[in-house]
Design a protein around this ligand. Sequence first.
Ligand code: ADP
Ligand code: MG
Length: 354
Amino acid sequence: MNADHPDTSSGTGGWTSPESRPDDVSRETSNAGWVASTPDDRDHHREALKSSVPEVDEDTPLAAQLALDARRRIELDGRRFPRPESTRIITVANQKGGVGKTTTTVNVAAGLARAGLKVLVIDNDPQGNASTALGLEHRAGTPSIYEVLVENEPIESAVQACPDVDGLWGVPATIDLSGAEIELVSLVSRETRLRKALDRYLEDRVSRGEERIDYVFVDCPPSLGLLTVNAFVTGREVLIPIQCEYYALEGLSQLLKTIELIKAHLNPELVVSTILLTMYDGRTNLAQQVAAEVRQHFPDQTLRTTVPRSVRISEAPSYGQTVMTYDPGSTGALAYLEAAREMAEHTVERADLR
Ligand code: ADP
Ligand code: MG
């Protein structure tokens, strides 16, 4: 544990597949220890439990964090998120490296799946970090997004179920993808290949009678090349993770300009729907200033939930896991689950950035 960044863990945060805990039957939660028979009862119990968590002095950050985690655990345990009206396709982008794109992609995706939704992650970054975190096979030669983009293979031939999370699938990226940026240049409809492949996959699933996918996330490389352009043409929404540090906003205007160009020429539906502040340390003035500035510019898009710096979050990928399964009761897992809930419950069309 990092002394500067308390990363609390419940120890009782284990969770079972949402399928095994449908909303409308009696059940007992391991965390909160209550039994409730209807959704209304459960809301009532949640409120009672939350009000039993003592108020704490904001000057004691550890106590405050523990109280916040306790409330979140009560609020989120076993909760199912609403299904969107149609499949939401979300591109996670920021041309800066190391701002939390991949971490956000896999953890929000796992959070939504944990809450009962069907989620697909497309790893569109040659580094393959999302594939690693989701526990997907991605050795050279494994059917991957490269074959989909460059060789016209159907997505179905590359999809893998995530071993640890029910309702979560992924299309891996292998080392082959590092050549795709150049190979794509000479191919026909080079900007729309991913979109066509995904639209076909989603339609085929439904016509085969398989369950609809609720969310698709496309993880992008830290550049604005053809792989990212394909991701922007595929997505109907963009999620931008912003790291709360110096120069956080630098480069954002370039990103927004690129998105406007894509919108004007290739994908008129595209909107920046969501901004998530990552690696946030509320005790530093800098993080607070960056957060305030982002919220001032993008009040409708910025999620209320911020993701703290968390040792657990950064450890999880080396075990081929998201933090949702690696340490589901930890501060970081709860923050990502809360962010996922905000995204799922934000049903209103978000205003565009223009
Ligand atoms: P990107 O995909 O934008 O390049 P990553 O998601 O790979 O960024 O994150 C960069 C590094 O920061 C990774 O090592 C990741 O484990 C770590 N990291 C991301 N988010 C957090 C967090 N909230 N707390 C601690 N480490 C984090
Ligand atoms: Mg990444």
